[in-house]
Ligand binder design. Structure first.
Ligand SMILES: Nc1ncnc2c1ncn2[C@@H]1O[C@H](COP(=O)(O)OP(=O)(O)OP(=O)(O)O)[C@@H](O)[C@H]1O
Ligand SMILES: [Mg+2]
Length: 277
């Protein structure tokens, strides 16, 4: 399903053919520029159903742009994006709205509503997208608050809880509509390593329990080694490698090893690698 990507680095990109479950998200030849600055170049990969796929990249490489293209907030200049097999490029607003109900998104900063308590934040998608009764909403919110360990804190405002709790509330809100795909933009940002490890355990647990397709973009290598089944490496707009975690982890490709070890010394040889640690 995947084809080789061209790289301006003149490095041989590795691109494993993923003989994997059917793709829930399919990108081919996705290219995006802003004012002559190419952010994503010919990006091609599949996100397999019911697994966790992570795309790693240093800061400013276009990870958030990639996520916005997948959810239809930004249109690519070229290329195809299929979500649930449907092309989202040029999709009409109503169809896009219906499709987004099947997606949960955990934004980089949690994006909670500061004036709503955690209960109301988690309940928000249910009120917005469903006609559930108050009792049904209550029971669903409690179910998901339980899953992320927040049931004792539902009356607190986002400003009254820790960063890790905000992330967990954001995760509960992303999950409450029981989406088939959950997308995460840097779930680890702003958390200390212990809380990142705890959140990773939670991500693995929730993925196992829900069987949903998870897609994570981050620069935290240690974190994705715990959570992901498939890994993509994004560097200066090119997807330089994509494959199962084991294939990527054990690749002898110097570029991949340099990337995973975050070393400044190697074929990339750029300061940016420091950011990918
Ligand atoms: N709407 C936009 N208009 C113009 N430039 C943009 C826009 N969105 C993103 N960019 C540029 O695209 C580049 C990639 O941005 P992006 O936010 O995707 O990076 P990132 O990999 O998510 O970084 P970080 O790890 O810091 O979150 C940046 O140089 C940014 O300035
Ligand atoms: Mg980002």
């Amino acid at each position: 399903m995947n084809s080789a990507v061209s790289s301006p680095l003149s490095l041989r990109p590795i691109h494993q053919n993923v003989a994997a479950p059917e793709p829930m998200i399919h990108l081919s030849g996705v290219t995006k520029s802003f004012g002559g600055n190419t952010i994503l170049r010919n990006v091609t990969f599949d996100v397999p159903k019911g697994r966790t796929t992570a795309v790693l990249g240093p800061s400013g490489t276009g990870k958030s742009v990639l996520l916005k293209i997948i959810i239809g907030l930004l249109a690519p200049d070229h290329g195809q994006v299929l979500v649930f097999g449907e092309s989202i490029v040029g999709m009409r607003v109503r169809a896009l709205f219906a499709l987004r109900k099947r997606l949960g998104v955990l934004f980089q900063d949690g994006a909670l509503f500061g004036s709503l308590n955690l209960f109301e934040n988690i309940a928000f998608p249910l009120r917005e997208h469903t006609r559930k009764s108050e009792a049904e909403i209550r029971s669903r919110v409690i179910e998901y608050a339980d899953l992320v360990g927040l049931s004792d804190h539902l009356s607190k405002l986002p400003g009254e809880v820790s960063g890790g709790m905000k992330k967990r509330a954001g995760l509960a809100r992303a999950l409450v509509l029981e989406p088939e795909i959950v997308l995460f933009d840097e779930p680890d940002s702003g958390l200390d390593p212990v809380r990142v490890a705890y959140l990773d355990e939670l991500v693995v647990k929730v993925q196992n329990e829900t069987g949903a397709t998870f897609f994570i973009i981050t620069h935290n290598i240690a974190s994705v080694m715990r959570t992901a089944d498939y890994l993509g490496l994004l560097y200066r707009g090119d997807l330089v490698a994509f494959g199962s975690k084991e294939v990527i982890r054990t690749s002898s490709e110097p570029l991949v090893q340099q990337f995973l070890q975050g070393k400044a010394d190697g074929p990339i040889g750029m300061d940016e690698m420091v950011d990918s640690r």
